[in-house]
Write a protein that binds this ligand. Structure first.
Ligand code: NAD
Length: 370
């Protein structure tokens, strides 16, 4: 049976045959009390680099409410290989210049922008103009101004917009948000985070035009987002920051190689953080007056997280974060609700990033107007 033609009856049969995984989600609660969609949406990936190839494509073989039906790529051969691997027609292969033609393609409902950061605005706006719902990878764009343009384009086209913030669908991060909301350990007031990897060769991530900045845009954004989760989904009010000294000035000509910063929250809490392309790290810790949660390893990765709390270690079966994220967006479209990982959330993180860059450049405390 073709996935796109799934009928209500076979959908019910599938449920009784044991699509149990959606119920096993436990704290994820996907579709828990919500109307269930009875149609499969088509997704087109824009940009077939590492993230699309290794994570999003395979995840779209696990999704229940959406599947891959097209691609946008600079390479015709690559597109043809994807069409073969994922079983969609060659007419569903577009180039970056022909995205407008997707307007005529009824098999594509969602366009997922997975190109370098500096191209997100151009591609997200092209998708919205073609009447497609949009998922935008992190960071949403190079600047807050570009985020505003994406949000405005989606509003004008009456399409939904969401971010590739997969960790909202990860059980450990959901537990962090639950602890922050229910204050089991009191309000988290002391947070620390560090994320980095060693960049060996200059790629677009070290080019300001395509990346918007250095590791703060690419990796530091995870610590920013995690700290806001720990602060019960609020943004900091003030930031301070310092650039780290450059060890490879030839590679990092117009972006930072590393940066450390502090985010101060309205309740008196603070997060001290670091990110760089000169060291490996992936950790995050939040402490309250009555306990703590510590993401010791792979804090912001897809799987392999090692997480402890002051009550002891916690263990969840790692889900496919990307499959849950894309299924949730499909569900948003089919049931007409707003995504929890909205464009506004993506914009908020860019407001914080711009404040951190300003603080590092001026050496001053900078107010965050998120
Ligand atoms: P990548 O370099 O592997 O892929 C980028 C793709 O964009 C390639 O297919 C490339 O051909 C295409 N492209 C189009 N125009 C380009 C241009 N002018 N210059 C360079 N490439 C161009 O990068 P990636 O790791 O797949 O990252 C893509 C996006 O996904 C980034 O915004 C990144 O932040 C995001 N990402 C998110 C996650 C996550 O966990 N949410 C993980 C990795 C990457």
């Amino acid at each position: 049976m073709k996935k796109s033609n799934i009928s209500r009856r076979s959908f019910i049969e599938q449920l009784s045959l044991g699509t149990a995984s959606i119920f096993m989600a436990g704290p994820l609660g996907l579709y828990g009390n919500e109307p269930r969609p009875d149609r499969i949406l088509g997704v087109a990936l824009v940009g077939l680099g590492r993230y699309s190839t290794r994570q999003l494509g395979p995840a779209l073989k696990e999704t229940k409410w959406c599947k891959l039906t097209g691609v946008v790529t600079g390479s015709k051969e690559k597109g043809e290989q994807w069409a073969k691997d994922y079983g969609f027609p060659a007419q569903h292969i577009y180039s970056y210049d022909t995205m407008a033609r997707m307007a005529d393609n009824k098999d594509i409902d969602i366009v997922y922008v997975v190109t370098p950061n500096g191209l997100h605005a151009e591609h997200a706006i092209a998708a919205a103009k073609a009447g497609k719902h949009v998922i935008c990878e992190k960071p949403m764009a190079n600047t807050v101004e570009e985020c505003d343009q994406i949000i405005a384009a989606c509003k004008a086209a009456k399409v939904k917009l969401s971010m590739g913030y997969r960790l909202h669908f990860d059980p450990y991060h959901k537990e962090l948000m639950r602890l922050a909301k229910e204050k089991d350990f009191g309000a988290f007031t002391s947070m620390t985070g560090d994320r980095g990897f060693v960049m060996q060769n200059k790629v677009w991530r070290a080019d300001k035009k395509l990346a918007g900045g250095g590791p703060l845009m690419d990796l530091g954004i995870y610590v920013i987002h995690g700290a806001c989760m720990a602060a019960n989904c609020v943004a900091p009010v003030v930031v301070t920051a310092q650039f780290l000294p450059k060890t490879k000035p030839d590679m990092f000509t117009d972006v930072e190689e590393g940066i450390s910063w502090t985010m101060e929250f309205a309740n008196g809490g603070a997060c001290t953080a670091k990110t760089s392309y000169q060291h490996s790290a992936d950790k995050f810790r939040a402490e309250g007056p009555k306990g703590w949660i510590d993401f010791k390893e792979h804090a912001f990765t897809y799987r392999g997280m090692v997480v402890e709390t002051s009550r002891g270690p916690i263990n969840y079966k790692p889900p496919n974060q990307q499959a849950l994220q894309m299924d949730d967006f499909a569900n948003c479209i089919l049931t007409n609700r707003q995504s929890v990982v909205s464009g506004e959330l993506g914009r908020r993180d860019l407001v914080i990033i711009e404040a951190i860059y300003k603080a590092a450049a001026t050496g001053k405390r900078v107010e965050v107007k998120a």
